[in-house]
Design a protein around this ligand. Structure first.
Ligand code: WT7
Length: 650
C-alpha cells in the first residue's frame, strides 16, 4: 500500500473554519458532542428518539444481545403521524411540500393539505385491500403523489418499495417479485426533457412478467391524457375524491417493524433489498437532518436526489418532514430549460439548505459560474454533498460560487444500507477539509482497518468498516453480511470485533481522524504491486483546468499487470496540452506510477440514470470484455464512441 506523503497531496489542503454566523444559530454547536455520545453510549441515542413522538415509550435504547440489534425496543410509533399529524397544532398552514414540475408548473401542500391527502389515500389503499405488512410498490417520478403515497403506506403499516421511475419494466418486475409485492402505484407517464415517457406501458409489461400479476394498480394522471384503465386499475384522483374527508387512525408500529424496503445494486449486479425500521431509521433520519443539515422548521430544504434513491427517502421525505420543515421536490433536470435552472429555483423558493451530488457540482462548474452568478443565492445557509468523493476543486467551487464562502459544506458519506449519514463534519463544530468527508458522526463507530482488521496508521490506506450498531441500521444487515462473505473479492478480517460491517469502500484517515473515502474496494487498481484508489486518481485529474469529468479504471498491461485508464470529458480543445497537464497533475498528486497509461477523451462519460459514472462498463471496455447489459445507462450512445477511441492494443 502506498504510504508516502505524495499519496495524500490530492486531498491535503488548509482546513476551512465554519463561518461564525452559522455557528451562532446551529442546531448542534457543542464542541464536546462526540465525547458526550461516546461516554453515554447507547443512551446518547435518546437525543435522536426524542425528536419523534412515540405512542408507547421504548423500554431499552439498544438491545445489546445482537446481532440482530434491536433499537428502541418496546417503543411504538407511526411514521406518518410523526411526519404530518403532529405538526398540525403549530403549523397547519405552513408549506410542507413545494413541488416544481418539469414543465415549469408548481404546486404546494400545507401540512393540513398533506394530512388530508395522506389520510384519503391511506383510506383508498385500505379499500383496495392493502393490509398491514403488505408491500406496496411505488413507481413514479418526483411528483407530490409519491411522498403522499409513501406516508399513506406508513400510516397503515404497509411497507413501501419505491422503484426509481427510470428503471425498466424488467427491473420493476424483478423487484416486485423479490418483494412479493402485489400492489403498485404508478403514473401514466411523465416528461423527460420535454418529451413524454410512457410509464404505464412499462408498468403493464412488468405486470405481465409477474407470475401472479398485480392485485391492484393505482395510476396518477401526470400527462393529462385519458389513459384507459382495466378493472383492477384505479385512477389516483378518483380514489382520493371518493375518500374525500376520510381519516385513518395511524397504525401503531413497533420500533423494529419495517417502514420500507429499498433495492440497491450489489457487486453481482443482482438488486439487494434493504429493509429499514420504523423507530431506528426515522430517529436517525431526523437526527442527521437536525445535526448535519441543520434543518429548522422554518427552513426550505432542497435535496436534489430523486426520491427513488435512499437519499430522497431520508433527506427529501422522512428527515425534513419529521422535523416539520418545508421540503422542496423538483421533477426536472438541472439544465432544462436553461443551465441556471437550479439557481433560479433556489432564488425563487428562498432555499436555506441545498444537498446535491458531486457529479452535479462538476456539471455546474463546466457550465460556468455566470449561471449561479446571475441569481441571488443569499438565502442559502448550508450546502451538502453525497454519493461520491468530491474533489477539492469542485468542493471549493461549491463553497465559493454557491455558498459565497459563508455556508459550511458538509460532505456526507453513507450508503443505502446505513439509512442516514455516517461520516461527515458537524457543520458548526468541525473544520472542513476539502476532499475529506470528516470524522464519524457522534455515536458512530466507523474506522479504517487493514486486511487483518487492525486500524491503520494515519496516512495509510485501508478498508472502511462500521464496528458498532447505529439506529439507522437496516433489518437486513445480517443477511447482507452473509451474502457479502460469499461474494466479495476482498474482505478484511473483522472477526475480532463483537460485530462489524464492511462497507466495501477503501479510505484513508488523517491524524485528526478525518476519513477520506477513496472508492469501492473493487475500484482499487494494482499497478506493479502498488495500490491506487481510482477515485484518488480521478480527483487529481478532475482538478486539472480544462477537465470537466474523469473516470479511472484498470485496464490490461503487459508489464505492470494492470494499467491506469482514464476517460476524460474536457472543456478544452487542445488534447495534447491537456494530456500533459493530466500526467503532470497525477504525478504531482500521487507519483509517476499512477500516471494514466491511456487517456481517452470522450464527449460524455457513461452514466447510470442516477448520475453515477458506470466505472464497471469503462473497465470492461478497457479490457475488451463483453459489455453485458447496458440498459441501466442514461446515455448508451457513448459506448460506441468510447470503444472506437481506445488505442489499438494489438
Ligand atoms: C456508496 C453508497 C449515500 C446515498 C447515496 C449513495 C459512495 C457515498 C460518499 C461520499 C465518497 C461516497 C460510497 C458508498 N459514497 N457518499 N460523501 N464520499 N463516497 O448510496 O448507492 O448505497 O452508494 O456511495 O462508495 O459506499 P449508495
Amino acid at each position: 500500500m502506498p504510504g508516502d506523503e505524495s499519496w495524500h497531496s490530492a486531498v491535503a489542503d488548509e482546513p476551512v473554519v465554519p463561518p461564525a454566523s452559522f455557528v451562532e444559530q446551529a442546531n448542534v454547536a457543542d464542541a464536546d458532542v462526540r465525547e458526550n455520545f461516546e461516554r453515554e453510549h447507547p443512551a446518547c441515542w435518546e437525543r435522536a428518539a426524542d425528536l419523534l413522538d412515540w405512542s408507547t415509550d421504548y423500554d431499552t435504547v439498544l438491545t445489546e444481545d445482537g446481532p440482530p440489534f434491536r433499537w428502541f425496543e418496546g417503543g411504538r410509533l407511526n411514521a406518518s403521524y410523526n411526519c404530518v399529524d403532529r405538526h398540525l397544532d403549530e403549523r397547519k398552514n405552513q408549506v410542507a411540500l413545494t413541488w416544481e414540475g418539469r414543465l415549469g408548473e408548481s404546486r404546494s401542500y400545507s401540512y393540513l393539505d398533506l394530512y388530508r391527502e395522506v389520510n384519503e389515500f391511506a383510506a383508498a389503499l385500505r379499500g383496495l385491500g392493502v393490509e398491514e405488512d403488505d408491500i406496496v410498490t411505488l413507481y413514479m417520478p418526483v411528483v407530490p403523489e409519491l411522498p403522499v403515497a409513501m406516508l399513506a403506506c406508513a400510516r397503515i403499516g404497509a411497507p413501501h418499495s419505491v422503484v426509481f421511475a427510470g428503471f425498466s419494466a424488467d427491473a420493476l418486475a424483478t423487484r416486485m417479485e423479490d418483494a412479493d409485492s402485489e400492489y403498485l402505484v404508478t403514473c401514466d407517464g411523465y416528461y423527460r426533457r420535454g418529451a413524454p415517457v410512457h410509464q404505464k406501458n412499462k408498468a403493464d409489461n412488468a405486470a405481465m412478467a409477474l407470475d401472479d400479476g398485480v392485485e391492484a394498480t393505482v395510476v396518477v394522471d401526470r400527462l393529462g391524457d385519458d389513459t384507459p384503465l382495466a378493472d383492477d386499475e384505479y385512477d389516483y384522483g378518483e380514489l382520493v375524491t371518493e375518500h374525500r374527508g376520510e381519516t385513518v387512525e395511524p397504525v401503531e408500529r413497533d420500533a423494529t417493524d419495517q417502514l420500507f424496503l429499498i433495492y440497491t445494486s450489489g457487486t453481482t449486479g443482482e438488486p439487494t433489498g434493504v429493509r429499514h425500521t420504523t423507530g431506528g431509521y426515522l430517529s436517525y433520519a431526523a437526527w442527521t437532518s437536525h445535526a448535519v443539515l441543520d434543518i429548522k422548521p422554518e427552513d426550505t430544504h432542497w435535496c436534489s436526489a430523486d426520491i427513488g434513491w435512499i437519499t430522497g427517502h431520508s433527506y427529501t421525505v422522512y428527515g425534513p418532514l419529521a422535523l416539520g420543515t418545508t421540503t422542496m421536490l423538483y421533477e426536472g433536470t438541472p439544465d432544462h430549460p436553461e443551465k441556471d435552472r437550479v439557481w433560479e429555483l433556489i432564488e425563487r423558493n428562498a432555499v436555506d439548505v441545498f444537498y446535491t451530488a458531486p457529479t452535479a457540482i462538476r456539471a455546474f462548474m463546466k457550465w460556468g459560474e455566470e449561471h449561479p452568478g446571475s441569481h441571488d443565492l443569499s438565502s442559502l445557509r448550508l450546502l451538502g454533498t453525497v454519493g461520491e468523493p468530491i474533489n477539492p476543486r469542485a468542493w471549493k467551487w461549491y463553497y465559493t460560487h454557491i455558498g459565497d464562502e459563508d455556508c459550511p459544506v458538509v460532505d456526507t458519506w453513507w450508503q443505502t444500507e446505513t439509512g442516514g449519514m455516517m461520516v461527515s463534519t458537524l457543520p458548526a463544530v468541525d473544520d472542513m477539509k476539502p476532499g475529506s468527508a470528516g470524522q464519524p458522526l457522534p455515536g458512530v463507530d466507523a474506522r479504517v482497518v487493514d486486511i487483518d482488521g487492525e486500524p491503520v496508521e494515519p496516512g495509510e490506506t485501508g478498508y472502511l468498516a462500521l464496528t458498532g450498531p447505529w439506529p439507522g441500521m437496516p433489518l437486513s444487515m445480517v443477511e447482507h453480511e452473509d451474502w457479502f462473505a460469499e461474494h466479495a473479492s476482498v474482505v478484511p478480517d473483522l472477526s475480532d470485533y463483537d460485530w462489524a460491517y464492511f462497507t466495501e469502500d477503501s479510505a484513508t484517515v488523517d491524524e485528526d481522524g478525518y476519513i477520506t473515502v477513496l472508492g469501492r474496494v473493487d475500484d482499487v487498481i494494482n499497478v506493479s504491486g502498488h495500490r491506487f484508489g481510482t477515485m484518488e486518481i480521478e480527483s487529481a485529474i478532475a482538478d486539472v483546468s480544462g477537465v470537466a469529468e474523469a473516470a479511472v479504471v484498470s485496464g490490461p498491461h503487459d508489464l505492470k499487470g494492470q494499467a491506469v485508464y482514464a476517460y476524460v470529458s474536457a472543456t478544452e480543445e487542445d488534447e495534447g496540452a491537456l494530456r500533459e497537464r493530466i500526467a503532470g497533475a497525477v504525478e504531482d498528486a500521487i507519483g509517476p506510477i499512477a500516471v494514466p497509461d491511456v487517456v481517452v477523451f470522450t464527449s460524455e462519460l457513461p452514466k447510470t440514470r442516477s448520475g453515477k459514472i458506470m466505472r464497471r462498463l469503462l473497465e470492461d471496455i478497457a479490457n475488451g470484455d463483453d459489455l453485458g447489459d447496458t440498459s441501466a445507462l442514461r446515455n448508451p450512445e457513448v459506448v460506441g464512441e468510447l470503444e472506437s477511441a481506445l488505442p489499438d492494443r494489438g
